[in-house]
Design a protein around this ligand. Structure first.
Ligand code: SF4
Ligand code: SF4
Length: 152
């Protein structure tokens, strides 16, 4: 069985969607709200260990940003707050040790599943008006296999 099934109507509609845990959607940067951060902190983690600022926005005053970040990662209203990544993947994505490797990528789990941000919870049905054709990010096939990027 492939890690990601062929796209079909049953797979790509909300009522019958079954995520195959391929982990591909955990590569794009995840923007989080203060509510998301508080929810993750309930796991015992400290925000300075899992939040970052979105450096991809235009017109950023990098020096100001770095100065603020060095003060202790306070939330800056003019910048988006994001989850920290490692190797271009969310730090909370882990290999699923309980599942045998299926297909060329393997299976993955969210290590904060019950505390994951709203965006992750709603994914991939975020834009109600848009018909889903694939729940993986557009450039997934050009990236290195997740199983070599995610360590454990
Ligand atoms: S891309 Fe994300 S939502 Fe889609 S099957 Fe893979 S893990 Fe599930
Ligand atoms: S918080 Fe969990 S579901 Fe969201 S991107 Fe990270 S690993 Fe994926």
């Amino acid at each position: 069985m492939p890690t990601y099934p062929e796209s079909n109507d049953e797979f790509l509609i909300k009522e019958s969607f079954k995520c195959t845990s391929c982990g591909e959607c955990c590569r794009p940067i995840v923007v989080v709200s203060e509510d998301d951060i508080k929810k993750i902190e309930l796991t015992g983690l400290k925000r300075q260990n899992f939040i970052s600022h979105d450096f991809t926005q235009k017109d950023i005053n990098f020096q100001k940003l770095l100065n603020e970040v060095n003060k202790g990662l306070e939330i800056l209203p003019e910048f988006q707050i994001t989850l920290v990544q490692e190797n271009g993947v969310c730090i909370f994505l882990k290999k699923d040790q309980n599942k045998k490797d299926q297909g060329h990528q393997g299976k993955f789990i969210c290590s904060i599943y019950n505390h994951r941000p709203a965006t992750c919870k709603n994914y991939p049905f975020i834009q109600k008006s848009k018909k889903l054709t694939d729940c993986r990010p557009p450039r997934w096939k050009y990236w290195a296999p997740l199983k070599i990027l995610v360590r454990k």
